[in-house]
Design a binder for this molecule. Structure first.
Ligand code: GCW
Length: 679
């Protein structure tokens, strides 16, 4: 277990001081009718309490109820649930209520829901309550998800590699599927169910057409069978040119009847394999992927054809808005909205548009994508990136909770104040029949799943925020730290604070003041602010920093690219004045001189160097903080985290020194005081 395989489901033996209290409340589990989901729920409770109490808790099927009974079920599976005061109807089809109460003179705990999957979620909530030090005798939690589709997107290729994956290879062993069931598939489903994730897109959006062949559908179907009891639906990414790429049609033109028929048949075939299949995810006409544009058709033509094929089966079609392809003169940040805005209202009602959180591409800091607020007639799925492509990949500590929160809390003002991105994602600002939130997974074959213990927190926080986008990053981090390490209060507060500061630290040593895409080519790991020779202009870091002798930053105002005009007047007002805006966004929206006066009174050039230094200093501070935690963490995880922090500290200096050296050269000015001029 010291290798992190158990994630946050660590069920450690309880301290003597709590043992008796918990034992008194958990003397027996009472289950009614059996089915696969309730069996999973029972197994989880048995396993967890066996580990925490170091003894078996008996399971009873109905019968007399005694003190300390935990009643687990729906009104259907366990009729006594219907007699308790639980207000179940308002919890919907996935919500739950976990409540201590007195029933016929006995002290019991109910874990109840309208559906079996709700019960399973309730069991995990009960376990979390115990794991995080909650009082077992006084519990009353009701919760229902605020977003309907809560999806992981795996960028896993069929050859086992993972695009932008930093945790080993794909956990899907396509070679031994469908016959062999790796235990990992089950633990993956448990982990997702424990945080409310209810769908998974198995394969990369840069999709191989072969995923739709019979051999792969059989494999995907086996995974779907394994995941079903956990409430986890399978989705697939599809290549828009699949029919012609597989040699079964002459073209993949969505207007061609043979192509339409092919997709209809294919959808039926998929549903024969996977009756509760979720739907398709499509990256089209983006970064070299085929799409309807290849045939002079619009994104709507393409999406609607696929949606029509899925509709008879209740499937949905998720179309990605991540497109950019114009000439050098167009600001990439504006392209997705420009392309999709005219199509808003023309999509079938089982089409959702999946939009990255920022207008460019998962940068450490981006303002929210203006699609949130501007596209109103099409349901929008938020797409976050859990895998840290641009945030230090496996090793750097960057807790993404604050990044997600910053985006979700942003007020778009699309329908007056309070139209936050969160309200839009929840379908409140512009109501739609379905809502969704997705994130690119960071999961691989590493023993700890995510290539480092702190990366587990990013999977965790995504699940929790997908369930409730209004939860805070800090509260979720606290639960995660307690479940992953220990409930010792000093340790918890110190580590939570370190996590909460971590993304800003990274922004400071990589891309302060709203700089973006300053990464080296291809791998996107180290610094590359000088790169200017790539064919596609918008792949060059110099395209984004626009640094020269006179200044730095991307002018997105009216006299620049005017990308700012894509936001509401209220949001524009926040960013328009370089002297008044939140300086964390300064160089995203403005090109300013090196001597531009910051609110601190320093010049931009001095301030830039200060931010880089602050980032580096904070990485050194993290090592000190961590060193004081040795007593609280097992040796293996302590040492791995210690080493990763050292790597981060070393590389923060690399980022600072490389970026400042480059900017100093183009600005033709010496480094600010305290910095050594590079040789
Ligand atoms: O962030 C970029 C990545 C690509 C990725 C693309 C996308 C799957 O560098 O690797 O491709 O985004 O989101 O489609």
């Amino acid at each position: 277990d010291e290798d992190g395989y158990d994630l946050w489901l660590r069920y450690l033996p309880l301290a003597q001081t709590r043992l008796k209290d918990v034992e008194d409340c958990v003397r027996a589990f009472v289950f009614g009718a059996e089915n696969p989901t309730l069996t999973v729920a029972r197994d989880e409770l048995e396993r967890a309490f066996f580990a925490m109490l170091v003894k078996c808790v008996p399971v009873r099927e109905g019968g007399g109820i005694s003190d300390g009974a935990v009643l687990v079920g729906t009104p259907d599976s366990l009729p006594v649930i219907a007699d308790l005061d639980l207000s179940l109807p308002e919890l919907g089809k996935e919500g739950y209520r976990v409540r201590s109460l007195i029933h016929e003179g006995k002290r019991v705990t109910a874990i109840a829901a309208n559906t079996d999957i709700g019960v399973l979620y309730g069991c995990f909530a009960f376990l979390r309550h115990i794991q995080t030090g909650g009082d077992p005798a006084r519990i009353d939690i009701s919760s229902a998800p605020k977003v309907e589709l809560r999806l992981l997107n795996h960028w896993d290729n069929l050859d086992g590699s993972v695009e932008r994956g930093y945790a080993g290879f794909s956990i899907w062993d396509w070679w031994t599927l469908p016959d062999y069931v790796n235990r990992r598939y089950i633990d993956y489903a448990r982990a997702n169910a424990s945080i409310g994730i209810n769908g998974t897109v198995l394969n990369n959006v840069n999709a191989a057409p072969e995923i739709l062949t019979e051999a792969y559908l059989a494999k995907a179907a086996r995974l779907a069978d394994i995941f079903r009891p956990y409430g986890l639906k399978v989705f697939l990414s599809v290549n828009f040119a699949s029919p012609s790429a597989l040699g079964e049609t002459a073209t993949s033109d969505p207007a061609d009847p043979a192509v339409q028929a092919w997709w209809k048949d294919k959808a039926s075939e998929v549903y024969r394999w996977i009756p509760d299949f979720g739907g398709f995810l499509v990256k089209a006409n983006s970064e070299g992927q085929p799409g309807p544009g290849d045939y002079d058709r619009s994104h709507a033509d393409g999406a609607n054809m696929l949606a029509d094929a899925l509709a008879p089966h209740g499937g949905i079609l998720i179309w990605r808005a991540f497109v950019y392809a114009s000439d050098a003169g167009t600001d990439r940040a504006t392209e997705a909205l420009n392309e999709f805005k005219p199509l808003d209202g023309t999509f079938r009602n089982n089409v959702l548009l999946q939009v990255k959180n920022g207008p460019i591409d998962f940068q450490p800091r981006e303002p929210f994508s203006p699609i949130f607020g501007q596209i109103t007639k099409t349901p929008l799925v938020m797409e976050f990136q859990i895998t840290k492509e641009y945030l230090g990949q496996a090793t750097h500590l960057a807790y993404l909770g604050p990044v997600f929160e910053e985006v979700l809390k942003f007020d778009t003002h699309a329908r007056g104040p309070g139209s936050t991105v969160s309200e839009i994602v929840k379908g409140k600002t512009f109501p739609h029949p379905v809502t969704g939130i997705a994130a690119v997974a960071n999961i691989g074959t590493d023993r700890d799943w995510t290539g480092g213990t702190f990366n587990q927190a990013n999977w965790y926080v995504f699940g929790r925020m997908a369930w409730d986008p209004d939860e805070t990053a800090a509260a979720i981090a606290e639960d995660w730290v307690k479940m992953t390490f220990t409930c010792e209060p000093g340790f918890v507060s110190t580590v939570v604070e370190m996590m909460m500061r971590s993304p800003e630290t990274l922004v400071n040593y990589m891309m302060p003041f709203g700089l973006h895409h300053q990464v080296a080519t291809g791998h996107h790991y180290g610094p590359g602010p000088w790169v200017s020779e790539l064919d596609r202009p918008e792949w060059n870091p110099t395209y984004y920093n626009r640094a020269d002798k006179d200044g730095i930053g991307f002018n997105r105002l009216a006299d620049g690219s005017n990308a700012i005009a894509q936001y509401s007047p209220e949001v524009q007002a926040l960013f328009a004045d370089p002297h008044a805006l939140d300086e964390r966004y300064l160089l995203w929206f403005h090109h300013v001189s090196w001597d531009f006066p910051l609110s601190s009174g320093k010049t931009l050039w001095q301030g830039l160097a200060e931010r880089y230094d602050a980032g580096v200093a904070e990485t050194a501070r993290m090592i000190d903080i961590w060193d004081q935690q040795r007593a609280h963490v097992d040796g293996q995880r302590f040492a791995q985290i210690r080493t990763f922090l050292e790597i981060q500290h070393r590389e923060a200096q690399w980022w600072r020194d490389a970026c400042l050296a480059y900017f100093s050269a183009v600005a033709q000015r010496p480094l600010p005081e305290g910095h050594k001029q590079p040789a």
